[in-house]
Design a protein around this ligand. Structure first.
Ligand code: F6P
Length: 555
């Protein structure tokens, strides 16, 4: 049954109508303890959702919906390793990767395989970081280039940037994802082939971008005199298809397994995290796992009303389905989290960008919002104007770690404490100003105080008016560390799973992406000639591209 057919959904719709005339400022005025009523703590994580267009009653009604949708049962099935990814008949047991045992897929306990991979990662990372891993010429390997895309790239890429203060000064970790040859060229331009290790990361080991970049790496090594036979010393692999990895000449002891029951976008905690572990060391990597484990425990044990991932999920669903807000802006006030919006785009949109329920029934409500964003304060000077005076409701997640810390090898400037205070003040100012807005009369008075004539003030006031009432949540925690990053990512993972359950969709498959891949496979052979079977647009574009290719570059 669709969620929208339930009486709980209808109750939410009626409740939404009853709130429609109220503004956030009214809600704050009516309840001086609104923050206390609509914020949650988990250890040193504070989630404030009092600036969302909700009341305690909204949350209570949303929890009723969650219960009716069988959230408890869904979580029990997911953690029991049942095939909640029903279309692919797979479990979604990424939680087991950071647990200290106790999880099974069907009746197969996975503790040993998880611990075995961690032990192999420990040994690998220790040797590399100690300068004991050498390339074909006998020189120690000092640069790691991860070749992967999507879930085999974004997690470690995001986390390496986020945890840069802990990065080794001796191992330089980089990423190549795009099939655009420019990325490989730029990333490897200043690297010494004799000292470079490539990690080919691909769950399926069939992804064309990653395989093309692995071939590029082969060619790059060969050009430096490291031929096919010797090149094995410069490769490692992470995959669920280890036979394919080995057939590329990657030595078995350098091939790390990625279990089938871990989806790509949930795989940071697996050997897909190897480049991160190379950068920050295994001890820090395991601190990140411990952080995720903290959040797992909270998620699985706290009552829904006190549960951070559940609250975030319910509010997201409310904004998307009852307030018609089509997007979610993710705004980390922390430059080290610059890759977080991209990471969450895959996590949320590939998981819940679905249009039919598990039973194949089309939904009649919106599912995943379009997730986007960039770090504050940079985004303030790019797109916040639309939040203030545009025509759309744009829910925002402000993510605010409080203490500053620079990247490895970088020391903070002398005025860092002052700048950090300003950064945090800006986050608070944005959420408050977006909520409060500025009415026309205030705008008029502002103009008069700035020396404008009464006529000018009258004429310009509408242009300074900001309606406010933009909903936002703020997540604060003391500092971005391996542990808090683990908590943060697990928080969003669980939020996505809860929303998938409420919407009734499968959060763990991604069949849509296949269509584009298939089309690329059809177009590629026709690049040199022919355009059979394509629409006139694709055929026209193909003809233009072919013409330009045939003429070569303009000198
Ligand atoms: O194309 C989408 C996708 O299948 C993602 O789900 C996945 O993370 C990415 O491609 C990479 O896949 P693989 O790890 O198999 O190379």
């Amino acid at each position: 049954m669709l969620a929208s057919a339930l009486p709980e959904w209808q109750a939410l719709a009626a409740h939404r109508d009853s709130l429609a005339h109220l503004r956030l400022t009214d809600l704050f005025a009516a309840d001086p303890r609104r923050f206390d009523h609509l914020s949650l703590r988990f250890d040193d994580f504070l989630l404030d959702f009092s600036k969302q267009r909700v009341t305690p009653e909204t949350l209570a009604l949303l929890i009723k919906l969650a219960e009716k949708r069988g959230l408890r049962e869904f979580l029990a099935d997911m953690t029991a390793g049942k095939a909640v990814n029903a279309t692919e008949n797979r479990a979604a047991l990424h939680i087991a990767l950071r647990a200290q045992g106790g999880y099974a897929v069907g009746d197969r306990d996975v503790t040993a395989e998880v611990q075995d991979t961690l032990a192999r990662m420990r040994a690998f990372v220790a040797r590399l970081r100690a300068g004991e891993m050498t390339g074909a010429t006998g020189k120690p390997l000092a640069a790691v280039v991860n070749l992967g895309i999507g879930g085999s790239d974004l997690g470690p890429r995001m986390a390496v940037a986020a945890l840069s203060p802990w990065a080794s000064a001796t191992v330089d970790v980089r990423f190549v994802a795009n099939i655009d040859p420019a990325e490989f060229a730029v990333v490897t331009a200043d690297l010494d082939p004799a000292r470079t290790l490539f990690i080919v990361a691909s769950k399926t080991f069939t992804t064309s971008e990653t395989l093309a970049n692995a071939r590029a790496a082969r060619g790059w090594l060969a050009a430096a005199g490291i031929g096919k036979e010797a090149a094995g010393a410069h490769f490692a692999a992470v995959s669920n298809n280890l036979a394919a990895a080995r057939s590329l000449g990657i030595p078995s002891e350098r091939c790390f397994p990625l279990p089938e029951w871990v989806g790509g976008r949930y795989s940071l905690w697996s050997a897909i995290g190897l480049p991160l572990a190379c950068a920050i060391g295994m001890e820090r990597f395991e601190e990140m796992l411990a952080g995720a484990r903290d959040m797992d425990r909270h998620f699985l044990e706290a009552p829904f009303a006190q549960n951070l991932p559940v609250a975030m999920a319910l509010i997201g669903l409310w904004n998307s389905d009852f307030l018609d807000a089509p997007t979610l802006a993710v705004l980390p006030y922390c430059h080290r989290l610059a890759w977080l919006p991209a990471y969450l785009q895959q996590l949320e949109m590939e998981s819940n960008g679905k249009r039919v329920t598990l039973d194949g029934e089309p939904v009649d409500y919106p599912t995943s919002p379009v997730v986007w964003g960039m770090p504050g304060t940079v985004g303030q000077h790019a797109f916040h104007q639309l939040f203030y005076q545009g025509t759309r409701t744009v829910p925002c997640d402000f993510i605010v770690p409080l203490h500053a810390s620079a990247g490895a090898g970088a020391s903070l400037p002398e005025n860092a404490a002052e700048s950090q205070q300003a950064l945090v003040a800006n986050a608070l100012a944005q959420s408050a100003a977006l909520m409060r807005g500025r009415d026309r009369e205030t705008a008029r008075r502002h103009l008069l105080a700035a020396g404008r004539t009464a006529d000018d003030a009258e004429r310009l006031a509408p242009h300074l008016e900001c309606p406010g009432n933009q909903p936002s949540s703020t997540l604060m925690f003391p500092e971005l560390t391996p542990r808090s990053l683990g908590r943060l990512i697990a928080l969003y993972e669980h939020k996505v799973a809860v929303q998938g359950c409420l919407w009734g969709v499968n959060s763990f498959d991604q069949f849509g992406v296949e269509l584009g891949k298939q089309m690329a496979r059809e177009i590629l052979p026709q690049m040199p000639g022919g355009a059979a079977g394509f629409d006139s647009s694709t055929a026209g574009l193909l003809a233009y591209a072919r013409n330009v290719f045939s003429r070569g570059r303009t000198p």
